[in-house]
Design a protein around this ligand. Structure first.
Ligand code: URA
Length: 210
């Protein structure tokens, strides 16, 4: 679609996503797959992290070796389903600071209602990665990014597992500076705001609440 959307078409990501979509996949399997796929998505989203070199001593000699440089990362989980992505991303970036935006979707209006916000300090000096598995209507994701910008964030990526074209369009309109990274963009939303064909309610499937 546009320059601000990255679809991670790696075979392992696509295979795991297919397993997650299947209705017969258990809660335990779903959670494990989500953790694995988030590691792969984190690999993609961190591809352009700035590097520097530092002198180290190997058992043989000293060398100039590459290490991460630049802004510290802040991972922001959009509750509650964001926590499923968060764990896998933290596996790869254990030193990242972590924040939470609590939003639930009013099932009638499909509008986000905020109930919690806690972000790391110095958000303006960090690269922020907001995580939420499903970019559906985009209402809650856009509201979460609004909050992060109010708190000072300037450099924001949005990492999700699955997106609807409507959600991508909404995010790109509201926050054209935010890069979206996802494993797939599905066909459309249904009348209840679910992604079609999708994988159902990500929170329910990862926490076994249905
Ligand atoms: N949230 C979900 O968990 N699934 C959808 O299909 C849409 C929003």
């Amino acid at each position: 679609m546009t320059h601000n959307l990255t679809i991670v078409d790696h075979p392992l990501v696509q295979h795991k996503l297919t397993l997650m979509r299947k209705v017969e996949t258990s809660t335990a399997e779903f959670r494990q797959l989500l953790r694995e796929i988030s590691q792969l998505l984190a690999f993609e989203i961190t591809r352009d992290l700035p590097m520097t070199e530092t002198e180290i001593q190997t058992p043989i000699q000293t060398m100039q070796a590459p290490v991460l440089d630049g802004k510290k990362l802040a991972l922001i989980s959009i509750l509650r389903a964001g926590n499923g992505l968060l764990d896998g991303v933290l596996d790869l970036i254990p030193s990242a600071r972590v924040g939470f935006v609590g939003l639930y979707r009013d099932e009638e209006t499909l509008k986000p209602v905020e109930y919690y916000f806690k972000a790391p300090s110095n958000l303006e000096n960090r690269r922020v990665i907001a995580v939420d598995p499903m970019l559906a209507t985009g209402n809650s994701s856009v509201a979460a990014i609004d909050k992060l910008k109010e708190a000072g964030a300037k450099d924001i990526d949005f990492l999700c597992l699955l997106a609807a074209p409507e959600g991508v369009a909404r995010m790109q309109e509201a926050h054209p500076d935010v890069r979206i990274v996802t494993a797939a963009v599905d066909e459309r939303l249904n009348e209840n705001g679910y992604i079609i064909p999708g994988l159902g309610d990500a929170g329910d499937r990862m926490f076994g609440t249905k």
